[in-house]
Write a protein that binds this ligand. Structure first.
Ligand SMILES: [Fe+2]
Length: 313
């Protein structure tokens, strides 16, 4: 079982948190500040994620994790959840961080299981070089509830090394060979108590959950941050070599694979301002923060919404 520690969202607390994420891919903490309970994270997800990391994420997604009658997804049921990554994509890249705020733990079971994907890849390189190469080079369709993800299970996405693994079995040659190795990989078992927060490097770690009985409740936040939480130079180099083969693909295809051009920094800053405005931040505050006239701010919002209308028509 993993020991927890008191997390205060200040310079020291965040440095320790980021260090744990960098070195072992996850951190289990007891937040000692308002805004970081499961209920508060559900109410103000952007605020909670920015408190944890000390930066406003590019995007935040919130999901209650609790069993509901006849729930069919893993998030809404009490079933065992096989190991996987949270691979909802934005600009072709999954969220860097998964934050699990515990409101209630299960009466029985419901432990979180983690597998270090980097350690797994290092082990596979030693035991099965052909499978290791296939994981970087063989694009496949990986089924998820929110839609299929296409690409290599280990790839560069948004400039970061990313592992993609579906909880649903992939019955192709790679899946058949990977399955037993993943089943035998060392698992970290984490029992999260009410009030605690598990932060996971979602580009690196696979996670799952044992079946449970009782009313287990979490608020899960997925956060896209400015930079990945960890770095594995050798694996990233390997993924970069594989990505070179996709240079000739059309831009839209490259975007889907997470290999699109990075967002223009000025446009990204305007996008952040518009998102904050849509989340209810007062325009006067934003005009100061982004050093623009309010009129300009309104123009950005209207152009962004007009582009949205056009895209969705
Ligand atoms: Fe998940």
């Amino acid at each position: 079982m993993t020991a927890t520690w008191d997390f205060t969202p200040d310079g020291d607390g965040r440095a320790r948190l980021r260090n744990e994420l960098r070195t072992r891919g996850f951190a289990l903490v007891h937040p000692r500040a308002s805004g970081l309970s499961a209920k508060e994270a559900a109410r103000e997800p952007w605020q909670a994620a920015s408190l944890v990391f000390g930066e406003m994420p590019e995007l935040v997604e919130r999901q209650p994790i609790a069993p509901v009658p006849h729930g069919r997804s893993f998030a809404s049921s009490a079933r065992e959840t096989p190991l996987h990554t949270d691979s909802q994509l934005w600009r072709g890249t999954p969220p860097m961080a998964q934050l699990m705020f515990c409101e209630r733990s299960a009466d029985e079971g419901g432990d979180t299981l983690l597998v270090d994907g980097w350690a797994l890849l290092e082990a596979i390189e030693r035991s099965d070089a052909a499978l290791h190469a296939a994981l970087f080079e063989q694009a496949r369709r990986m089924p998820f509830v929110f839609g299929d993800v296409t690409g290599c299970p280990v790839s560069l996405r948004g400039g970061a090394l990313v592992i993609t693994h579906s909880p649903q079995p992939c019955r192709d040659a790679v899946g058949e060979r990977l399955g037993p190795l993943l089943a035998a990989a060392p698992r970290i078992r984490v029992r999260i108590a009410p009030g605690e927060l598990l932060v996971v490097d979602n580009h690196r770690m696979l996670h799952g959950r044992t079946a449970f009985a009782g009313d287990r409740r979490f608020t899960r936040l997925l956060a896209w941050l400015a930079a990945p939480l960890g770095e594995h130079e050798a694996l990233a180099r390997r993924a970069a070599r594989a990505a070179e083969r996709h240079l000739g693909l059309p831009a839209a295809e490259r975007e889907k694979l997470g290999l699109g051009a990075p967002a223009d920094p000025a446009a990204a800053e305007r996008r952040r301002a518009v998102l904050e405005m849509l989340r209810g931040e007062p325009p006067g505050v934003l005009a100061q923060r982004y050093r623009v006239d309010e009129a300009e701010l309104y123009a950005w919002r209207d152009r962004a919404l007009a582009a949205m209308d056009k895209a969705l028509a």
